[in-house]
Write a protein that binds this ligand. Sequence first.
Ligand code: NAP
Length: 470
Amino acid sequence: MAISTTNPATGQVLKTYDPMSDEQIDGAIERADLAFRQLQGTTIAQRGEWLTAAADLLDAERDETARMMTTEMGKTYAAAKAEVTKCATACRFYAENAEKMLADEPADAGAVKAKRAFVRYQPIGPVLAVMPWNFPLWQVMRFAAPALMAGNTGLLKHASNVPQTALYLEDLFRRAGFPEGAFSTLLVGSEAVEKVLSDPRVRAATLTGSEGAGRSIAQIAGRELKKTVLELGGSDPFVVMPSADLDRAAEVATTARCQNNGQSCIAAKRFIVHTDVFDAFAEKFAANMSALRVGDPMDEQTDVGPLASKRGRDDIHAQVQDAVDKGATVLCGGEKPAGEGWYYPPTVVTDLRPEMRMWSEEVFGPVAGLYRASSYEEAIEIANGTSFGLGSNAWTTDPAEQERFATDLDAGNVFINGMTTSYPELPFGGVKNSGYGRELSATGMREFCNTKTVWMGEGAPSGGAGAHAE
Ligand code: NAP
């Protein structure tokens, strides 16, 4: 895949880049390794100052950074600005909380026959980050901020269609004060990943992307015995029960499906509605979806911009066509527009059956599948009847039902009466084919730490944790 910026609103290629040579890749790995050693001589407070400086730069440069992202992958300008601000918030969160998250944890010394025992969290080294284009800044930041605070270094292999955002990230951390090599962008295609991950200086990898890419990286990492975190696709259920506030549920369903032009791993994709409220919900939902304004992503009035690539648009249209050919009903949308730009209308499809692609595949665009369930049990069966398990939503005002959904939905998160989203304070990740490991919160930061047990016998001062300032 060529490394280039192509504006999805026009289809025009704006900038192309030559992939880095083997020597250049080797140089970047070497600098990441040296910077890792350099970071071991810095304090958490120092790294926090650098990360806070990165947050300040993000805030100051919000509008031009957002414009760059919109031009590279088509998200609306308003959404892009919000993404930049979210990244700044996450940087500040980790700058302020890393000390606490990385502090030594005392253990019960008596129980393990020690004078002192505790757990110490230490960085492991350069980590390869393979990232997708859909939230080109945020996906990277939620790895980079905690990793750098912990004292690791990062090598970014970003998606080939967002090279300008990838280069901006390297520049951002350098200008914020991090040492040369602490965070580097590798302008390479996916075929270079094996070479980088096989290098003994690279200690681990994180990938956010498709199931296929996840399997490929996991195979290489398995052979090399390297730790991975995989954040893969999803086909999140959004269950609506009879007691739900239907107006609110239909409003949030529309945003949850069409945020980021429908290209979010945690977008609600399958809407499973109890038969008692199915018709009322379907009518409200289709009306809301039809009312969204599709158009130029730079226009502040636009709700849904173009898809990021022609292939992406063709893929979702093929999924809709497949369902229609096999008997599904389109409640709104479903027509591929003519003209320039890779636009697709918000679409609702119902009467879905297991033999249709939409039943089992992730639909990465503004297309909702609407399913009817006759009971709580059937709703759970449909919701969990997928190979994915990333996010999930349930809408009910019945407290007992809320508790049941929290337990029964087989996913990395459950949001009741609200839209699935990510917060730096909460762990984020999936189960089943949505991947493994977690990002964000202290859990995410510790994924790339050595959780070191320290046991001290006679001669050690008794009790408590170590005085680990670093
Ligand atoms: P993708 O095609 O898998 O690409 C993601 C990244 O992986 C890109 O940098 C890509 O490089 C690289 N890549 C692709 N195939 C590879 C391989 N065989 N070996 C090594 N690297 C490889 O995914 P995408 O189309 O950009 O993103 C959409 C997918 O990401 C969806 O499935 C979505 O649900 C998922 N996603 C998951 C999360 C989450 O947190 N769970 C968040 C966002 C997105 P090139 O661009 O050079 O091909």
